[in-house]
Design a protein around this ligand. Structure first.
Ligand SMILES: [Zn+2]
Length: 307
């Protein structure tokens, strides 16, 4: 049995924390608003306070539980995993860029700390214990209001130089007159596949309302078009990465089997025969997958230190 891990998650609107147990359940979970506008240092202080609260709560609720062996953090932004530093975060988290998160958490909790991008943590969790379990090389894409994901090779996250890999949403799928993207470029996969794009084009007020109509069998061209674009993007990525399986998560999970089938059909139409049997699987984990992935990352850090 391995010791528990203190797990933390920093998003643009909320901070979450909990204790990850050996069986991959998260207990003593707590949340608080990010209040990002107060700046990076204030958010980090609030995160540490939340972590301490969770440790105290866990000690009270589970007196027999050993103290955690490490801290794992899933954070928005481009995270340099090797150094535990935020290389770039958008204006959603002002003052987050440049923070040495791993060093600060190690000092605050007197525990080894591992930090990765939140979508990358989600990917690691899905690959290790979710839909990608049993596959060695897994591409995980999260399609929601934005598009992100992660690349898991031989069970480990591939994050590129200083955390630059995995920006799946900014894969260029339409180089000529592509739609403008929040990143400053144009024609990015996200601008054709994100749920906010489907919702805007469909006329429904929310992805939930659109999904309700779509899963009831109604024609919703906005969804089908987004699925076709996603299939094209995944095909391009498959040619580069050669994944054994592709997992699709995020709020498009609401769109069900039909969305996945159209995506897969488009994927097959745009790949070489070698890739056409690559399975496209719906994500299997729930809302705690970011926390879970951060914990799995921290465990792998401990294993490295042991060996
Ligand atoms: Zn972009």
């Amino acid at each position: 049995m391995s010791e528990p891990i203190l797990v933390l998650d920093v998003g643009g609107t909320k901070l979450a924390a909990g204790i990850l147990l050996d069986d991959n359940t998260v207990v003593s979970r707590a949340e608080t608003p990010t209040l990002a506008e107060e700046g990076g240092e204030a958010v980090l202080a609030r995160l540490v306070a939340l972590g301490r609260r969770v440790l105290m709560q866990a000690a009270h609720e589970w007196p027999a539980l050993p103290t955690p062996a490490a801290v794992g953090l899933a954070s928005a932004g481009y995270i340099d995993q090797a150094h535990g530093v935020v290389r770039f975060a958008t204006d959603n988290l002002p003052g987050w860029t440049g923070l040495p998160l791993a060093a600060r958490l190690e000092a605050a909790f007197a525990l080894p700390a591992a930090v990765a991008n939140d979508a990358a943590c989600f990917a690691l969790a899905e690959a290790a214990v979710g839909a990608g379990r049993g596959y060695r090389h897994v591409l995980v894409v999260a399609v929601g209001t934005g598009v992100g994901g992660g690349i898991v090779i031989d069970g480990a996250l591939y994050s590129g130089w200083e955390g630059r890999a995995g920006a799946i949403g900014h894969l260029c799928v339409e180089p000529v007159n592509g739609r403008p993207c929040t990143c400053g470029l144009g024609g990015c996969l996200e601008t054709y596949t994100a749920t906010r794009v489907m919702v805007a084009e469909s006329g429904y007020p929310s992805i939930q309302a659109l999904a309700e109509s779509y899963t009831a069998g109604n024609e919703e061209p906005a969804v089908d078009e987004a699925a076709i674009w996603l299939g094209r993007g995944l095909a391009a990525l498959a040619h580069v990465l050669g994944p054994e399986a592709i997992v699709i998560g995020g709020s498009v999970g609401l769109l069900g089997e039909r969305y996945l089938q159209i995506t897969h059909q488009s994927f097959q139409e745009h790949t070489m025969p070698l890739h056409q049997m690559t399975p496209l699987l719906p994500a299997a984990l729930g809302a705690d997958s970011g926390l879970l992935g951060a914990g799995i990352l921290a465990r792998s850090l401990l294993q490295k230190e042991d060996s």
